[in-house]
Design a protein. Structure first.
Length: 466
């Protein structure tokens, strides 16, 4: 079918690719894969979510702090003593005032030993979130590739329809000229001339509409693919990458669709969220080691050294009831995510069945419209010959010409639908990916950034140097 589309579009456009390299659909997909801002934004979002894992892992690590202090102090002490050995007793007052500079430094380290497995569950939860985000990236990638294939085929179709309408206007212009010549010699009436003029006006209107559609498709091509279109080569269907039977396609869609897999990881994330919430009811055990050295902490103390290692066990008894509400809320969220998984599976099945039906319909439509074009060409040639000998009217010729144009437009549209439907089905079963298509492009691997940041203990720069 791809060869038929190429031959027909080439004939319609009346252009030769000799000596020129045309943009291909595969080339357009590579450009979109590399440059589409929506896809790049989703990749950046995934890289951001990767950081949730080292944040969760930080719960296993100690928290270390260094403190330092310094400043000026002033102390004034008034005291008195009573001499009871004499009578009457005498009282002596002593006033001590001193200004001194104190300074000191210290360090402390705190390590959590047990917190109800909250750290372990938070790590697993963050990992599930990352895996779900990777599937969401696949959803965006598939949508971008499908939009790119659709934009490419839309422009190819509209260019062909524009060429058909331009050719139709040229034919109708010549038909009007011939009708006027025949009117001048008395072979036809003024009615025939008016019919030719009316049909030419309608043809010009269709041409203007086709030009508008072509301009819109060019703008959409630029938005989705990221570059201005050049000369476009024929698009090729990708049926070979999809299952051969509907049952296998449905099974693959329900199991491998990225939206379904993302929903499955959403269920895992919610399950671990319940465990994290329940961890707030467990005891918390930590140990803190600290040491400090102070100089002149008091006016009569020159040096002070402190060191301690303290274990702390906290057993929650009642914290106002908020923790119980959070557990119940987490369980409701888990129920919601399970229902979302069912919804996504149903949607995946519906999309596969719908895409399969559209692909079958487009294949049959190509066969019927091809036969329609062949018959319309034969009919137009016959009507023209009959009109020359007076057996057909000018209106018959005009109608036959319009039927041929309509048939060719229908064939171009059917061939466009054939290619787009094949990409839609491949996306529905979760197979629309650059790896599956086998295109020459550097594949974005989200695992690379994840491994770069997962075990990073320190550092504020991103792996790309920002």
């Amino acid at each position: 079918m791809g060869a038929i589309l190429g031959a027909f579009v080439g004939a319609v456009l009346g252009m030769s690719c000799q000596g020129a390299i045309a943009d291909t659909l595969e080339w357009a997909l590579v450009q979109a894969y590399q440059n589409n801002p929506s896809l790049n934004a989703q990749r950046a979002s995934l890289r951001s979510l990767d950081e949730n894992v080292p944040q969760a892992l930080s719960g296993y690590r100690p928290k270390v702090a260094i403190t330092a202090n310094g400043g000026y102090d002033y102390a004034s002490t008034l005291s008195h003593t009573v001499n009871q050995s004499v009578f009457p007793n005498t009282v002596t007052y002593t006033n001590v005032a001193d200004a001194f500079a104190q300074r000191g430094a210290g360090a402390s380290a705190t390590q959590t030993l047990y917190n109800g497995y909250q750290t372990a569950n938070k790590v697993r939860q963050a990992e599930s979130q990352v895996m779900g985000a990777r599937e969401t990236l696949r959803v965006t990638e598939q949508q971008v590739l499908l939009d790119s294939a659709t934009a490419y085929m839309n422009l190819l179709r509209d260019q062909a329809i524009l060429a058909l309408n331009r050719s139709n206007v040229e034919v109708l212009t010549e038909q009007l000229k011939q009708t006027r010549d025949r009117f001048n010699v008395g072979e036809v009436t003024r009615t025939d001339v008016a019919q030719a003029e009316s049909r030419l006006a309608a043809g010009r209107s269709q041409l203007l509409n086709a030009q508008s559609n072509e301009v819109t498709s060019v703008a959409n091509y630029r938005r989705v693919i990221g570059v201005d279109p050049g000369k476009l080569a024929a698009g090729t269907p990708v049926d070979r990458f999809s299952p051969g039977v509907l049952k296998a396609a449905i099974d693959q869609g329900e199991q491998q669709s990225p939206s379904v897999l993302a929903a499955m990881y959403g269920v895992d994330f919610a399950q671990l969220g319940v465990k994290v919430s329940e961890g707030s009811l467990y005891p918390n055990l930590s140990v803190t080691a600290s040491a400090s050295k102070n100089f002149d902490p008091l006016y009569n103390v020159n040096k002070q050294t402190l060191a301690s290692v303290v274990g702390t066990l906290t057993v929650p008894i009642y914290q106002g009831g908020g923790e119980y509400s959070l557990i119940r809320q987490s369980k409701e969220t888990l129920g919601q995510q399970r229902l979302n998984l069912d919804v996504n599976r149903d949607q995946a099945r519906e999309t596969v069945v719908q895409s399969w039906g559209q692909l079958d319909a487009s294949k049959a439509e190509i066969e019927s419209t091809t036969a329609q074009v062949n018959a319309a060409e034969i009919a137009l040639n016959g009507v023209r010959e009959e009109a020359r000998v007076g057996q057909r009217t000018t209106l018959d010729v005009l109608n036959a010409q319009q039927e041929l144009v309509n048939a060719r437009v229908a064939l171009v549209t059917a061939q466009h639908d054939r290619v787009v439907a094949s990409y839609t089905l491949l996306a529905a079963v979760g197979g629309l990916a650059m790896q599956r298509l086998g295109l020459n492009v550097t594949i974005y691997d989200p695992q690379v950034h994840y491994q770069q940041v997962r075990d990073a203990w320190i550092g504020v720069r991103t792996p790309d140097g920002r």
